[in-house]
Design a protein around this ligand. Structure first.
Ligand SMILES: C[S@@+](CC[C@H](N)C(=O)[O-])C[C@H]1O[C@@H](n2cnc3c(N)ncnc32)[C@H](O)[C@@H]1O
Length: 201
């Protein structure tokens, strides 16, 4: 689902960029990089700042960024780079061929997606064998932490269908990902987020 007004503003704020740059991308860097010189997709790219970070740290040949919200895609112009393209797209129906991508990246998106299993099916489908999947996100548990409860008051999320962490990890294993990193972070017990990095077997 698209973000409401308040979350749209928050996601496009300098604070969000700071967190993505100083914390989130860093938690993807302690595993081998199998996407260098490859084709990668960033799902839910927002204004395109994440693609800029992926470019800097992972050095793929090409990056495709997609987002459900055309207003976000309009903002990506300021993050345009020669090897990066952005388009409107939906993670539950990816416009990419089977086994065509070396990597897929996601920063805080799938907790917004009602049919998250279909999204993971699609990600698995478009990755090549040996392709690398990087995701960091919140989960159902996040919204009962102090910060999560606060976020709940000004944002809209599909809580009835939102995954619990164990459901999410189990589904990835069922699909056939080999886990190379699975970690839950609970800074000062104020919030929680997870990082998962897997390889398509
Ligand atoms: C919380 S924002 C995160 C944006 C960016 N990844 C970041 O880390 O700042 C979630 C993004 O996912 C997008 N989104 C939500 N549902 C989506 C879907 N089904 N397919 C693609 N993008 C989606 C939203 O429009 C929004 O830009």
């Amino acid at each position: 689902m698209k973000l409401n007004f308040f979350e749209f503003i928050t996601v496009n704020s300098p604070i969000r960029k700071f967190v993505q740059n100083k914390i989130e991308i860093k938690s993807f860097l302690d595993v081998p990089n199998y996407v260098k010189d490859g084709k990668v997709l960033e799902i839910g790219c927002g204004s395109g700042y994440g693609a800029r970070l992926i470019n800097k740290y992972f050095k793929p040949k090409e990056i495709y960024g997609i987002d459900l919200d055309e207003k976000m895609i309009a903002l990506t112009k300021k993050n345009k780079l020669p090897n990066v393209s952005f388009e409107v797209g939906n993670v539950t129906k990816l416009d990419f061929k089977d086994r065509s991508l070396d990597g897929v990246f996601i920063f805080v998106v799938l907790h917004h997606v009602v049919n998250w299993k279909k999204a993971l099916d699609e990600i698995y489908r478009v990755l090549k064998k040996g392709g690398q999947f990087f995701i960091e996100d919140g989960s159902f548990e996040t919204f009962s932490t102090p910060i999560g409860r606060l976020i709940k008051t000004f944002t809209d999320h599909p809580y009835d269908s939102m995954y619990k962490r164990h459901e999410f990890f189990n589904y990835l294993e069922k699909l056939g990902f080999k886990t190379i990193k699975k970690q839950v972070y609970k800074p000062l017990a104020l919030t929680s987020r997870f990082v998962y990095i897997g390889i398509k077997k």
